[in-house]
Ligand binder design. Structure first.
Ligand SMILES: Cc1ncc(C[n+]2csc(CCOP(=O)(O)OP(=O)(O)O)c2C)c(N)n1
Ligand SMILES: [Mg+2]
Length: 694
């Protein structure tokens, strides 16, 4: 297969063209074989990605996780065949979850032949974790470019903290390729605005300006002047009028590298399905196979053997090896030497970099975590969170983050005097100000996490909806990102139903692999953080109350360390034989405890189960789960100021749920608690009903 039937190239330009056409034809053949996929954009953008990878990027295919590599984000993820072709042709190596290089290729020609098939390393869209060399999962348009802003922030931050005179350890760039879809999505606008504000001159987006989306020409829905928009944000805007002009592309990328103080946006005019006699410049080239005959005609137009399939002509692998392969290897080897010298000069900083890369925590990361004394008045969840976060920030130097303009309410500001604010003129700051951009915030948090920092993002729980698409990707990518959501129920009563989450817990609990925690008091907040910080491959959501919650007396009730098991018996019936089980989370736990005491005084044995996390509980042994919720006890009552959706699994058919079946209302919290049944008397009444003791 690898012997050439193509006219033997002589000049450099001819070899370049051969490589470009290899990317094009592999893409067409793979889509044709899969009978699904997106051929047109890879055909158009092959010259771009070839130029970027083989002439410009510092990336070593032998070590695709080398920390100072340039990052490549394919935000128009449907064009995944570009990436599979590149990873294959550069012979990029596979890496496992323990960050070991396995000595086998990331993407084989067989994977490409089995594009979009089960277990192929050439899936439909770029999947981080699944295919080595993919820097972030893309497919939901706009996410990739927004994530790239997080990567760019991370590079600036790493450079500010770890570079030293003579040791420029971190100086990499971030390249993202995007299309009309990404440009239309709001998340890209949020991210672009912030990127320019922060002066991220390490960030370059290339916009595939082909005027085509699925429904046809962009004139039907997208007629804005994108270039002017980006100028308005403050980007350096360049234009390359011909996507086949590799010299102009290279020049534009050089201008990017020499631009200081602002990110670069390259408008690249291209022809989707380039070379296809019947489909070029039409939506038909976007998302379906070209057809056998059209593939042949395209190959003819490229001067390619018409019937050859999955052909990699002689000289192509070698061209990549002497381009990105040689440049990347040299850059990495130099860096490795530099890092060894750095290790001698700055051993502590080097250790920190090592730990970060492996997602390990520094020694004594949980030093000085507070223990809160019992207090009936107590403390708001967000207040406790702020205290814990600030202690953790002192112990974990690469913990950083911020809020979408709600820092003072979310209590997420790192007040330690040297934390500082991340700004263009202070890239070492650990307080990020995302502005009111929750969508981009969550994607940026992913970008920071992909860069091995430990990031958090925050807003009111109600607005987690705006962050959810990127949070879904955090889970899919198995990133230990942290989302801190305060005002988690009706605590902000007077703000009314627009500000009162109802379905959000259910919705986030439904995301596979996302750990959702709703702690009941200040000490559960501590334990929730203790659990979250040790996660290496799962994102976590912490939902916290706005209002003060009693700090439970842990000498009377079970210790808060039970949080680590997702649910635990907080208070029990005499002899551990409950008539009824009250299960609650967050602000409703102290309510359950109140009801429990009343029931006890009336001779009814109740058990209170604090259940901060369904997800963690579901991962415990059956034996443990049965010890908390004995199958023989059918009288069960769940209490949670949120949608009842899903609670049936814990209370069973004969159980009851005090929760929300409607939106909330605008009124002081106390009135809302009465209206919606979140008062001790009502809990007691339902418990008695369950036992037939009205
Ligand atoms: C958030 C989101 N909405 C919709 C889609 C479905 N979709 C995939 S590609 C596409 C059209 C994209 O057009 P463009 O970015 O211009 O890509 P091109 O066809 O030019 O490669 C759409 C609507 C998606 N992947 N993500
Ligand atoms: Mg397009």
């Amino acid at each position: 297969m690898s012997t050439t039937q193509v006219a033997r190239p002589i000049t450099d330009a001819e070899i370049d063209q051969l490589c470009i056409n290899t990317i094009r034809t592999l893409s067409m053949d793979a889509v044709q074989a899969a009978n699904s996929g997106h051929p047109g954009t890879p055909m158009a953008l092959a010259p771009l990605v070839y130029t970027l990878w083989n002439r410009v990027m510092r990336f070593d295919p032998q070590d695709p996780i080398w920390p100072n590599r340039d990052r490549f984000v394919l935000s128009n993820g449907h064009a995944s065949m570009l990436l599979w072709s590149l990873l294959h042709l550069t012979k990029t190596q596979a890496v496992n979850a323990d960050y070991e290089i396995l000595g086998q290729p990331s993407v084989t020609l067989d994977d490409i032949r089995r594009f979009r098939q089960l277990d192929s390393k050439a899936p439909g869209h770029p999947e981080y974790h699944w295919v080595s060399g993919v820097e972030t999962t893309t497919g939901p348009l706009g996410q990739g470019v927004a994530t790239s802003v997080g990567m760019a922030i991370a590079q600036k931050w790493l450079a500010a903290h770890y570079n030293r005179p003579g040791f420029e350890l971190f100086n990499y760039n971030i390249y993202a390729v995007c299309g009309d879809g990404c440009m239309m999505e709001g998340i890209a606008s949020e991210a672009a605005s912030l990127a320019a504000h922060l002066g991220l001159d390490n960030l370059c987006w290339v916009y595939d300006n082909n005027h085509i989306t699925i429904e046809g020409n962009t004139r039907i829905a997208f007629t804005e002047d994108v270039a002017t928009r980006f100028m308005g944000y403050g980007w350096n805007v360049l234009r390359v009028g011909d996507a086949n002009d590799t010299d102009r592309i290279e020049h534009a990328l050089e201008v990017f590298r020499n631009t200081n103080g602002r990110p670069t946006f390259i408008v690249l005019d291209s022809h989707i399905g380039y070379g296809s006699p019947h489909k070029q410049d039409t939506a038909a080239a976007h998302g379906e196979p070209l057809g056998e005959e059209e593939v042949r005609l395209c190959k003819r137009s490229y001067g390619w053997p018409e019937n050859a399939k999955f052909l990699v002509p002689g000289g192509v692998y070698e061209r990549f090896a002497s381009g990105i392969g040689a440049r990347g290897a040299e850059a990495r080897q130099e860096w490795t030497k530099l890092f060894e010298a750095y290790r001698t000069a700055y051993p502590e900083l080097a250790t920190a970099i090592d730990q970060m890369q492996r997602r390990e925590l520094p020694a004594e990361w949980d030093r000085n975590l507070p223990v809160f004394p019992a207090d009936p008045k107590g403390m708001a969840g967000r207040e406790a969170s702020g205290k814990v976060l600030n202690v953790l920030a002192q112990n974990i130097p690469w913990l950083l983050g911020g809020s979408a303009d709600l820092g003072p309410s979310n209590k997420t500001l790192l007040t330690d005097t040297d934390a500082g604010d991340f700004q263009a003129d202070n890239p070492s700051g650990r307080n990020l100000h995302f502005g009111i951009r929750e969508n981009a915030m969550a994607a940026i948090v992913n970008g920071l996490s992909l860069s091995k920092l430990r990031p958090f993002g925050a807003t009111f729980f109600i607005f987690s909806d705006y962050a959810r698409p990127a949070m879904r990707l955090s889970a899919l990518m198995e990133l230990p990102a942290i989302f801190i959501f305060t005002h988690d129920a009706m605590g902000d009563g007077e703000d009314g139903p627009t500000h009162q989450p109802v379905e959000h817990l259910a919705s986030l609990r439904a995301i596979p692999g996302l750990v959702v925690l709703r702690p009941a008091d200040a000490n559960e907040v501590v334990e929730a953080y203790r659990y979250i910080m040790q996660l290496r491959h799962e994102p976590a959501v912490l939902t916290l109350s706005r209002q003060a919650l009693p700090t439970l007396d842990r000498s009377k009730y079970a210790p808060a360390s039970g949080v680590a098991r997702g649910a635990y018996v907080l208070a029990d019936a005499p002899g551990g034989n409950p008539d009824v089980i009250l299960i609650a989370s967050g602000s409703e736990v102290s309510l359950a405890v109140n009801a429990h005491e009343t029931l006890l005084a009336e001779g009814i044995g109740s058990r209170v189960v604090s259940m901060p996390s369904w997800d963690i509980f579901q991962h415990q042994t059956q034996e443990y789960r049965d010890s908390v919720l004995p199958p023989s006890v059918k009288a069960r009552l769940a209490i949670e100021q949120a949608s009842t959706f899903g609670w049936r699994q814990y209370v069973g058919d004969s159980g009851r749920i005090i929760g929300m079946k409607t939106f909330g209302a605008s009124a002081p919290l106390k009135e809302l608690q009465r209206k919606f049944g979140f008062e001790p008397d009502q809990v007691v009444a339902v418990a008695k009903e369950l036992l037939g003791r009205e």
